[in-house]
Write a protein that binds this ligand. Structure first.
Ligand code: AHR
Length: 495
C-alpha cells in the first residue's frame, strides 16, 4: 500500500453548474468526418437521407450538447450558399484549407436536421476569412428568420418551413492563425467581427456569439490577440474561443500533464478577458468557449491532394492518449464557471472518438469512453475537491498534481460522480470524506488501465474499454479506492 490520500467533497463547495454544452463536439468538412463518417449513402445502415444509423447510435452514446459546424479551417473559404438547394445543382469546389474537393452534398439544412436527430443543438461558424459581415447576416436570416424575406423564403423553398433556430454562432475560425484563408491581424479581425456581430444580432437578437480567441498558446500573438479582439468586440459577443491540441512528443509525464497546461491557458484567457472588462467598465463577465480540444498527432499529419473525403487526420488513440484526454476533461469540468462550451474536435474519423470503415463497421476509440462516461454521469453542479494531491515533476511544467480529478453532484439524481486519472508510475490509494452528504452509498467504480499502448482496431474493437472493479472497505465501511499507475477511473455514489 502506498500513502493514502483523503479527498474532501463538500456539497456546498461548488464551482458552477456544468451544462450540456461542456460536452459538445465538432463536425468539419474535413477528411471523412462528414462524408464516409456521419453520411454514407449506400452503406447498409444508411437511413433514407444517407446518414449512417450505426454511427448515429454511437454519437448518441456521447450525449453531445452542441455540434460545431462546418469548420474549422474549412469555413474560412466556404460559401454556405453552395450547400443549399437541389443537390444536383450544388457546385464542387476546391477546399483550400485541406487541399480536398468539396462536393457540397451536405449543407446547413441537412446538418441541422442531423443535429436534431441526435438531440444536439448546432453551433454554426460563419466565414470571416473570404466571407463578409453581410454574408454572415444572410446566414442568420436563412437559418433563423421566420419568413417573408429573400433568405428566409429560400429556406422555406428548400423544404424547411420552420426556422432552424440556431442559437450559437462562431465569428469565423482561428483568425489569428497564419494558416487561415484570409488570416487577419487582431485589429482587423476585431473590427470585422464587431461589424458581423452587429448585423447577425440585428437579424436575430436572441443568438449568442463566439469571438475567435487564441488558436493555441504556441502562437506569438497569444494572449495579446485576445486582449485586442475583446477590446473591439466585447460588448457584442457572449463568448471568447480557445483552441488547443496536445500530443505525446515522447515525454510521458509532460504528455499526461497536458491538463495542467490547459488549466493555465484557461486561467490566462479568463484574466485577459477580465482585464478588458475592467478597461471597459463593463458589468458583463466574458464566458469562454473551448471549442476545439483533443489529442492530435499534428506533427505526423500528412495531407493528400484534391481527393474527395481523403483519409487524413485519422489518429488512432492508445490507452495513454485516453488518459491524457481524460485529464483534459477534468480541467474543462473544473473550469466550468468560465468555460461554458467545450467542443471535442472532432466527432467522427478526424481525430475522433468514433472511426468508420467505408461500407463496414463503426467503432469506439479509447477516448470514446472517458467522454461518454463524463457526459452521462458528470452532470449537475461541479464541486471543488479539497485534497493535498502529491505532485510529480514534469519537464515542461515543473511540479504538477499526480492525479487529475473532477467531481459533480447531481441533486436531481442524488448522485456524486468523480472522474480521475492517476498519471503517476505508482499506485495511489484514496478515500473520500463526504460527511456533508450524510449517508452515502457506493454505486460503482469503473476503470481503464493496462497496456498504455493498446488501441482499438476494426479487428479487435474492444481491446480497450472500461471495466467495473470491486472496492474493498476499511473497518468503518469506508470504501478504499486504489488507483493503479497510469489509470482512469469513474466513481459513483448515491447520496
Ligand atoms: O480540427 C482540425 C483543425 O484544427 C481545424 O480545422 C482548425 O480550426 C484547427 O486548427
Amino acid at each position: 500500500m502506498g500513502d493514502k490520500l483523503t479527498i474532501l467533497l463538500d456539497k456546498n463547495y461548488t464551482i458552477a453548474d456544468v451544462g450540456s454544452r461542456l460536452y459538445s463536439t465538432f463536425v468539419e468538412h474535413l477528411g471523412r468526418c462528414v462524408y464516409e463518417g456521419i453520411y454514407e449513402p449506400g452503406h447498409p445502415s444508411a437511413d433514407s437521407k444517407g446518414f449512417r444509423e450505426d454511427v448515429r447510435t454511437l454519437v448518441k452514446e456521447l450525449h453531445f450538447g452542441a455540434l460545431r459546424y462546418p469548420g474549422g479551417n474549412f469555413v474560412s473559404g466556404y460559401d454556405w450558399l453552395d450547400g443549399i438547394g437541389p443537390r444536383e445543382k450544388r457546385p464542387r469546389r476546391l477546399d483550400y484549407a485541406w487541399s480536398s474537393i468539396e462536393t457540397n452534398e451536405i449543407g446547413i439544412d441537412e446538418f441541422c436536421d442531423y443535429a436534431k436527430s441526435v438531440g444536439s443543438e448546432v453551433m454554426y461558424a460563419v466565414n470571416l476569412g473570404t466571407g463578409t459581415p453581410q454574408n454572415a447576416g444572410y446566414t442568420v436570416e436563412y437559418a433563423n428568420f421566420p419568413g417573408g424575406t429573400y433568405y428566409s423564403d429560400l429556406r422555406i423553398q428548400n423544404g424547411h418551413k420552420d426556422p432552424h433556430n440556431i442559437k450559437l454562432w462562431c465569428l469565423g475560425n482561428e483568425m489569428d492563425g497564419p494558416w487561415q484563408t484570409c488570416h487577419l491581424d487582431a485589429v482587423d479581425y476585431g473590427k470585422k467581427a464587431l461589424e458581423a456581430a452587429k448585423i447577425m444580432k440585428w437579424a436575430d437578437p436572441s443568438i449568442e456569439l463566439t469571438l475567435c480567441g487564441s488558436a493555441t498558446t504556441l502562437l506569438p500573438t497569444y494572449p495579446e490577440w485576445d486582449r485586442i479582439v475583446l477590446e473591439h468586440a466585447y460588448d457584442k459577443v457572449d463568448f471568447l474561443s480557445l483552441h488547443r491540441y496536445y500530443e505525446n512528443f515522447g515525454n510521458e509525464v509532460d504528455f499526461l500533464a497536458s491538463f495542467y497546461e490547459m488549466d493555465t491557458f484557461i486561467k490566462t484567457i479568463a484574466a485577459t478577458a477580465d482585464y478588458v472588462k475592467a478597461v471597459k467598465r463593463s458589468k458583463k463577465t466574458m464566458m469562454l468557449s473551448f471549442d476545439e480540444w483533443n489529442i492530435w498527432y499534428q506533427a505526423k499529419t500528412q495531407l493528400k491532394q484534391w481527393e474527395i473525403a481523403p483519409h487524413i487526420l485519422e489518429d488512432h488513440y492508445s490507452l495513454l492518449d485516453a488518459l491524457a484526454f481524460a485529464g483534459l476533461l477534468c480541467t474543462l469540468i473544473n473550469n466550468s464557471d468560465r468555460v461554458r462550451i467545450a467542443c471535442l474536435a472532432q466527432m467522427v474519423n478526424v481525430i475522433a472518438p468514433i472511426i468508420t470503415e467505408k461500407g463496414g463497421k463503426a467503432i469506439r476509440q479509447t477516448t470514446f469512453y472517458p467522454f461518454s462516461l463524463a457526459a452521462k454521469y458528470c452532470t449537475g453542479t461541479v464541486l471543488k475537491p479539497l485534497a493535498k494531491i502529491p505532485t510529480i515533476e514534469s519537464a515542461a511544467y515543473g511540479a504538477v498534481p499526480s492525479i487529475a480529478c473532477a467531481v459533480t453532484h447531481n441533486a436531481e439524481r442524488n448522485e456524486v460522480a468523480v472522474i480521475c486519472v492517476n498519471i503517476a508510475d505508482k499506485t495511489q490509494e484514496i478515500e473520500f470524506d463526504m460527511r456533508s452528504f450524510g449517508v452515502v452509498r457506493w454505486i460503482e467504480h469503473v476503470t481503464m488501465q493496462g497496456n498504455p499502448d493498446a488501441v482499438n482496431t476494426f479487428a479487435a474493437p474492444e481491446t480497450v474499454k472500461p471495466s467495473a472493479v470491486d472496492v474493498p472497505r476499511d473497518s468503518t465501511g469506508t470504501p478504499q479506492v486504489s488507483l493503479p499507475p497510469k489509470s482512469f477511473h469513474l466513481l459513483r455514489f448515491a447520496c
